[in-house]
Design a protein around this ligand. Structure first.
Ligand code: ZN
Length: 145
């Protein structure tokens, strides 16, 4: 399947790269065709990002070259999720000053076995890895639905 499957707010910044290759192979081996892994890249071309998150989690990143702010994970954007609370986007803490990011979006497999119209915002799970010094660190592991 060669669609670019990721929620609207982040899809323009999703690319395939050398950093996603290990995860793509893993997904293939597991037969998890409803899980999609991308590197996050600013539209200025920069892949080095500062990362901010809070406890919900709500996650943003800031481009280290042009300063653009990207919303990486936002429960308000997904049909099956609830963000719960007026403080939802408050108290973001910087967890990385400069790293690269790899994100995985998971979808219910009904989309691939039935003719339900595929909604790219309707994710059921999310993982986010920081890549720094040749190591991947899992920084978000959330069941969206
Ligand atoms: Zn940028």
């Amino acid at each position: 399947m060669s669609i670019l499957a990721a929620p609207d707010h982040i899809r323009p910044y999703c690319i395939k790269s050398r950093l996603t290759a290990p995860f793509d192979k893993e997904n293939y081996d597991n037969g998890s065709f409803y899980s999609f892994v991308y590197q996050i890249s600013c539209d200025c071309g920069c892949k080095e990002l500062s990362v901010f998150k809070n406890e919900w989690p709500y996650v943003t990143a800031k481009c280290c070259t042009c300063g653009k702010e990207l919303v990486i994970y936002d429960l308000e954007g997904y049909p099956a999720a609830s963000s719960g609370g007026s403080e939802y986007k408050a108290e973001l803490v910087q967890i990385y000053e400069k790293c690269e990011l790899v994100a995985e979006f998971e979808y219910d497999d009904e989309y691939f076995y039935t003719d339900v119209r595929f909604d790219k915002n309707d994710i059921t799970g999310f993982n986010l890895w920081a890549y720094l010094n040749d190591e991947y660190t899992l920084i978000v592991d959330d069941e969206t639905a």
